[in-house]
Ligand binder design. Sequence first.
Ligand code: GUN
Ligand code: FE
Length: 444
Amino acid sequence: IRDCSIITDMSSSVSMTIDNVLSSSFCESGVATTINVVVSLLCVNGISKGVFEVLPEKFKNLPIYDYGDALIFPGMIDMHVHAPQFAFRGTSMDLELMDWLNRYTFPEEEKYEDLKYAKKAYDMFVKALKESATTRSVIFATRHRYATELLMELMEASGLISYVGKVNMDREASDNLTEKNADVSAYTTFGWINAVKDKFTRTKPILTPRFIPCCTDKLMEELREIQMAYGIPVQSHLSESKGEIDFVKFLRPKNSFYGDSYNEYDLFGKNDDIGVDVKTVMAHCVWSTDEEVELMHKNGVFVAHCPASNMNLTSGIAPIRKYLDLGLNVGLGSDVAGGHSLSIFRAITDAIQVSKMYFRMVNENYKPLVFSESFYLATKGGGEFFGKVGSFEDGYDFDAIVLNDNVLSHPQTLNLAERMERAVYLGLDEKNLTAKFVAGTKVL
Ligand code: GUN
Ligand code: FE
């Protein structure tokens, strides 16, 4: 689609002459169409009104942004990222999960007791996230209440939309990071949720048991009560690495699979039998058994696929083709600092590449992902966790990023599909992000 204009009715608004890209037009066929017409992206009160070749008369006077021949994508969704690990990303990549946590991650997270350190490090994280292609994210903080509130304030000021979780962990970590007991963890969590639940418009709390190895049965009981009292969503880790899974089997021999130990406490999606509906995202799901996958599907649990992390920590390859075939909700996560990059463009390419390795090395019944599918995971796939997000279709929240790909020279004229794929593979998000809109508000 050529020569677009984006129009909003907000004080700042957009028009452009561009090759416009809609994730929805890609997700089905995997083939992009190029239509040489002038179209407009229209945003009213933060909501996309769709794409128009001829702008309806009543919107003609709205302010217009013109970005020339740029590309416009829906904003990227990061379904799983650890803000306090941003500082040590790209280092300490020599160990598998459990040793990596003990040796590097827990000592770094201990530092967030100190609000001065937290401010310095979280400022850097939020600045980088704001300047990235990501418009929405689901974030782990640390177990520290006040540093988590500070992070939420910074996220709110950035204009990005996020869920942020104060982590719960009352066993199996370093002394300084482990909460004293389940009661202290629950009490702190109550205080935190009460302080933040109505404080922000774009930043919301999410219940965050770190993972089963770090949470006693008593703490899980308390978290069930807290979830029921506030109705907030849940995030955690699931079936990420073999060492972790063996440890969970040892800790919870009664549960026939890992996910059952979250489900037992009603922290695993919806359960129609008892009328609970807990929006849940589980990171990784590399080694989920058939039983676990079936329950995730039944309960509508989201999978945050984090391919870079799964490679760095030698965790394995999540069978995303299988999950898509079964109809699971799947999005992409950076999992900084298991993943070393905040870029969801990079996660898109990593997801494709690991799916090719899975196909070739593990099971040739599961075809590799194609670009359009991985792009879909990064936008509409994860976007569903936030509501109608990840597309420019009528009724979706207006999250958009504008990218100038004329910095990537080419001897030929490329079609839209080529321009789009190349922008992602060549990391244009880290080179040339021209503008960014989140729910209709221009943040960059
Ligand atoms: N499992 C429990 N905590 C973590 C973490 O911080 N990162 C990853 N990748 N997995 C985890
Ligand atoms: Fe993680």
